[in-house]
Design a protein around this ligand. Structure first.
Ligand code: HXC
Ligand code: NAP
Length: 293
C-alpha cells in the first residue's frame, strides 16, 4: 500500500537537527526512524535512558543515521534546559522540536486523585510548555532564521473526551499554545504546527488505554469510516512534511490524521450508516408519502 511507504525519497531533512521527546517508543520512535532515513540528526529524550539507548542502537543500525540520547523528564524545566545544552554541545544547533511525550490514565474522573490528574497535566501541558519555552528562547536569542515546533495532540483536544479528562484538558492547552505562538513567534522565523492522530496502535498508549479484553470488546476499527487503524509510516510521512522546508507556509495548523474518526462521532445523522439499502427504499417511500398528506 502506498500509505505504508516512505513519502519523501531523498535526503529532504539533511543537516536538520531534530529533538523528539518521548522518542524511545511508539510514534516517537516511528518519526525518529523516518527523520534519520531522510538525513536528519535526531535527539531522543524521555525518562528512561535504557529504553532510549536500545532504540537508538536499533535505529542507527537500521538507518546509518546519528542519534543522541538524553534522559530528560519534561516536567522539570532545568532538565529540559540541560537536554537543550546537550543537544547544542553535540550538534552545535537545533532546528526542530517535536513535543511527543505524553501520559494518560483511562478512568472515571472522580476516581483520580489530585496527584494523578496533575501527573498528566504536568507531562503533557507543562512538559510541552517547558520544551517550547526553552527552545523558543534559544532560537530568539540566537536569531536563528528558520525553526519549527511540531506538537502531537489528539482529536479530543477540541471535542473533549470522557474518561481521559486530564489528557483532553492538557492537549487542548497544547493546541491553544500552538495557535497562539504561531502568530506571536512567526516574526522570529519559528513555525508552530500540530498533528492530531486518531487510533495508531502502540504499546504505550494501547496496552494502557485498552488493557486485556477491552481491546476485543471495543473494536476501534469500527469507529473509523475508513475501517482501519493508522500505520506508523503514514504519521511519520505527515510529520516529515511538517518539519521540512516544504511546509514553510504552514503555520498554526492542526492536521488531523484519523480516517475520519472524530467526524463520524460528530455528524447528527451519521448513525444512519447502519441503515441497509432495503430499509432506505422503505424510508424513502414513507418520507415521500408524508409530503403528499
Ligand atoms: C486511577 C490511577 C491509575 C488508574 C495510577 N493511578 N493508575 N488512578 N486509575 N488506572 C494513580 C495512582 O494511585 C497515583 O495516585 C497516581 O495515579 C500516580 O500513579 P503511579 O503508579 O505512581 O504512576 P506513574 O508511575 O507516575 O506513571 C503514570 C504515567 C505512566 C507517567 C502516566 O502511566 C506512564 O509512564 N505513561 C507514559 C506512557 C503513556 O501513558 N502513553 C500513553 C499516551 S496515549 P496517588 O494520589 O495515589 O499517588 C495518549 C493519547 C491516546 O496520550 C489517544 C488514543 C486515541
Ligand atoms: P508511548 O509510546 O507511550 O509514548 C509516550 C512517550 O512519552 C514514551 O516514550 C515515554 O517514555 C515518554 N514520556 C512519558 N512521560 C514522560 C516525561 N515525564 N518526560 C519525558 N518523556 C516522557 O505512546 P504513543 O502512542 O507513541 O504516543 C505518542 C504521542 O502520540 C503522545 O503525545 C500521544 O498523546 C499521541 N497520540 C497517540 C495516539 C495513538 O493512537 N497511539 C493517538 C493520539 C495521540 P518514558 O517512559 O521513557 O519517559
Amino acid at each position: 500500500m502506498t500509505y505504508q511507504q516512505p513519502m519523501f525519497k531523498n535526503e529532504e531533512l539533511k543537516d536538520k537537527v531534530i529533538v523528539v521527546t518521548g522518542g524511545g517508543s511508539g510514534l516517537g520512535e516511528a518519526m525518529t526512524r523516518y527523520f534519520l532515513q531522510l538525513g536528519a540528526k535526531v535527539v531522543i529524550t524521555s525518562r528512561k535512558l535504557e529504553k532510549l539507548t536500545a532504540t537508538a542502537e536499533k535505529l542507527q543500525k537500521e538507518t546509518g543515521g546519528e542519534v543522541l540520547t538524553v534522559a530528560c523528564d519534561v516536567r522539570e524545566y532545568k532538565a529540559v534546559e540541560n537536554m537543550l545544552a546537550e543537544t547544542l554541545k553535540r550538534f552545535g544547533k537545533v532546528d526542530v522540536l517535536v513535543n511527543n511525550a505524553a501520559g494518560n490514565f483511562i478512568s472515571p474522573t472522580e476516581r483520580l486523585s489530585a496527584r494523578a490528574f496533575d501527573i498528566i497535566i504536568d507531562i503533557v501541558l507543562k512538559g510541552s510548555k517547558n520544551c517550547t519555552l526553552a527552545f523558543g528562547k534559544h532560537w530568539i536569542k540566537e536569531k536563528q532564521a528558520v525553526s519549527t515546533v511540531l506538537n502531537i495532540v489528539t482529536t479530543y483536544a477540541w471535542t473533549g473526551s470522557a474518561y481521559v479528562v486530564p489528557s483532553a484538558t492538557a492537549k487542548a492547552g497544547v493546541l491553544a499554545m500552538t495557535r497562539s505562538l504561531a502568530v506571536e513567534w512567526a516574526k522570529y522565523g519559528i513555525r508552530m504546527n500540530a498533528i492530531a492522530p486518531g487510533p495508531f496502535p502502540t504499546k504505550g498508549a494501547w496496552d494502557r488505554l485498552l488493557p486485556g479484553e477491552l481491546k476485543e470488546k471495543f473494536d476501534i476499527k469500527k469507529k473509523v469510516p475508513l475501517k482501519r487503524v493508522g500505520e506508523h509510516q503514514e504519521l511519520a510521512n505527515l510529520a516529515a512534511y511538517l518539519v521540512s522546508d516544504y511546509s514553510a507556509y504552514v503555520n498554526g495548523e492542526v492536521i488531523t490524521i484519523d480516517g475520519g474518526e472524530w467526524l463520524q462521532g460528530a455528524g447528527e445523522f451519521n448513525m444512519l450508516e447502519a441503515v441497509p439499502q432495503e430499509l432506505w427504499d422503505m424510508l424513502e417511500m414513507m418520507i415521500r408519502a408524508k409530503k403528499k398528506e
